[in-house]
Design a protein around this ligand. Sequence first.
Ligand SMILES: O=C([C@H](O)CO)[C@H](O)[C@H](O)COP(=O)(O)O
Length: 437
Amino acid sequence: MENYDIPPVQVALDLLDLPRAIEIAKEAVLGGVTWIEAGTPLIKSEGMNAIRKLRENFPNLTIVADMKTMDAGSTEVEMAAKAGADVILILGVGPDSMIKEAVLAGKKYGVLVGTDLIATYDPVERAYELEKLGVDIINIHVGLDQQVLNIDPVELVKKVSERCKHAKIAAAGGLNSETAVKAYEAGADIIIVGGPLYKSESPEKTARDIITSLKTGKPISTSKFKKFNEKELLDAFKIVSTSNISDAMHRTGEMRGLKPVVDFKKPLKFAGPAVTVRTYAGDWSKPVSAIDVCSAGDVLVIDNCGSEISCWGGLATLSCKTKGIVAVIVDGAVRDVEEILKIGIPVFSKSITPTAGEPKGFGEINSAILCAGRTVEPGDWIIGDENGIIVVPKKDAMEIANRAIDVKEREDRVKEEINRGNTLGKVIRLKDWELKK
Ligand SMILES: O=C([C@H](O)CO)[C@H](O)[C@H](O)COP(=O)(O)O
């Protein structure tokens, strides 16, 4: 293994397909990465062959096997060591008897054993215990399913590096050219980067940026590979399409059966928290009153029981412009299409009719409603574009936004590979990953 004046950067290849992983690793190596990790998904997909092939392709670099071992410590360390790994990562949350066996096997086969602190109850104390059990590396790891909740590892890196004096400290989870240097300053000896490298259109450039940031001590700002917090939801939802969000929500969330009253010559994209209205066939009183309850940036969502009598029209849409409302969704009918198109606020409805109802005043504003097949609570996020409309529950909005961005970033890399002369079926090895039952 090499000597460094900055911590080694380890590319975590969390992909399913070995040829793609090797290609991405080669590009990352051109940018200065020196540790190559067979990520757990790659190991589960390709087995120990992933490690053998990485060793073959990168004979002089450090090969890491992220085994996430929980049991059979000695056997799993032996397997990975014999396949060519220099460093084997196991789970720190596992039993001490497993850790001891893994450490002994590591010494026997001349490899380093690292423990991942993911899901440990008291990570700082467990790190100290693991160090006493003889592990070589402690990995402070915020996993992929934790990062979407906007957790980052830096604070914990600091605490663990103060507590542990012998083991090397690795940091993983959401590190990029902006944050890697913070992890280094907090005490990390090894910087692990997955997504920002394997999702990059240019892993070489991304790796170079990360390494430059470590060398200069200055973060390099990036618009990609970031996680968004509760206050940044609008920015986050504007980056992604409703298709990305649908994938992130496992195909739930879509409103069904609505037709847009929009000018398709202009790009269509809106996102905002819902103000909800429930009323009855053609009764337009509560929908119109709700306009005054809205703040700028809101989306007005109206449950008119799928009525074919209009509860919405041009004057109401114009009032939305005054208030800064970004879209109106009606489970019912609307009218004055020409005016709506001229005003330019997207309106979606089940049907269009010239016939309006009466302002009777039945219903409620800002209660839970059912609209186009989806329950909508006040404050839920409504996102719309040319593909349709998605409802994201308020309580899950940050997680879904971050997951949708991950979907988009993965697609960006696939797009890059197609643009290099490939096809989708080949890039994602479609035949292998069809459902087999
Ligand atoms: O170890 C990882 C995860 O458990 C999947 O195997 C990741 O490599 C690690 O979280 C780093 O990922 P990024 O946040 O994408 O850099």
